[in-house]
Design a protein around this ligand. Sequence first.
Ligand code: ADP
Length: 329
Amino acid sequence: MKAQILKALKENREQYISGEELSNHLGVSRTAVWKYIMALREDGYDIESSSRKGYRLVSSPEILSSEEIQAELSTRFFGKQIVYFDTVTSTNTIAKEIAAEGCQDGTVVIADQQTAGKGRLGRNWDSPPHTGIWMSIVLRPDIIPAQAPFITILAALAVARSLEQVTQVSPGIKWPNDIVLDKRKVCGILTEMSAEIERVNYIVVGIGINVNTDIEDFPAGLQKTAASVKMITGQAVDRKSLVVKILENFEEVYTGAKDMNVRSSLMDEYRKYSLTLGSKVKAVYQTQEIEGTAVEITDNGELIIETEDGVRQTIFSGEVSVRGIYGYV
Ligand code: ADP
C-alpha cells in the first residue's frame, strides 16, 4: 500500500492530491492514508500536506527501497517482490535463503551496501555504501542445469543495454558477463543455482554495478582495473532509474530468449557489445589452459576459441576465467 501511495503521489508531482481522493482510489480509510504518509516521511520523503488541498510530494530520498523502484517499474514478474536492506552480507546469500523458502519467481534482493559481496570462484566483490547497485534476482526457469550459464549471458546483455539507454556510456561485454567501460570492469555478475540432475530448483543472478563510485573509494588493488559509470561520464547517475531499466530489459530478454529466433537476434545484439570476439584470449580452467583467438559466440552463449594449430575449442562459461592475453580485456 505504501508503494501505491507513493506511486499516486509521484503521478501527481506538480499538484496536491487530497486524502479523500487517495482513500477512494486505493480503497483504504483516510486515517490509513495518513499513516502511510507518515511512514513515507520517516523513510526520508518530503511530503507537503495542507488540510484543504491534501498531499504533495516535494522530494524523494536517494534510496533503492522497494517502494521507490516499484513506483516506476513496469514488469510482469521481475521485481514484483523486492526485499531491500541498508546493509547485507551478500544479496546472493539472502536471495538463496528466500528462494529455498519458496519466494516467488522474479523476486529481487537489493542492498545499499554489502559487507561480504561475492565474486565468482570464491572471490570478493567490493560493495561500498551509497554508490552502487548490488542486487540479486531469483528465477525459476524450466531448464536443465547445463543451460543455466546462458541466463548469465542474458543478464549481461540486459545490463549493457540498460547502461546505454540510461547513461551516456558505450559499454562492452567481456565474455561471458563482465561489463566493461574504458577497458575497466564496471559490473560483475555471479549466478548461483540449486539444481537436481535434470531440473533447476532456482537460479540466483547477482548483479554488482559500480555506479557513482569515485576512484579513491576503490581499494588500491582495484584502482587500475575497476571503473564506475560516474568516473567515465563525470556525472552521477540515478541508481534507481538504472535498476528499473535493468529489471525491465532482463525480463524482456529472459522471456524472449525461449523463442529460438528471438534468441538469435538477442545474441546478435550481445555480439555487438562483445570485446572478446576477435581478440586473443586465454581460458583458464582449474588445471587446464586454452589459448587462442576468440572466433565465435554461439546462439547458446558458448565461446569458440581457435588455437594456433587451427583447432576449435568450445568453452562453456561455468567454471572458467577468460582473460585477454594483453591485459584484463
Ligand atoms: P572474474 O572477473 O575473475 O571472472 P568475478 O566476475 O567474480 O571474477 O569478479 C571478482 C573479481 O572482480 C575480484 O577478484 C576483483 O578482482 C574484482 N572486483 C571486486 N570488486 C570489484 C568492483 N566493485 N568493481 C570491479 N571489480 C571488482
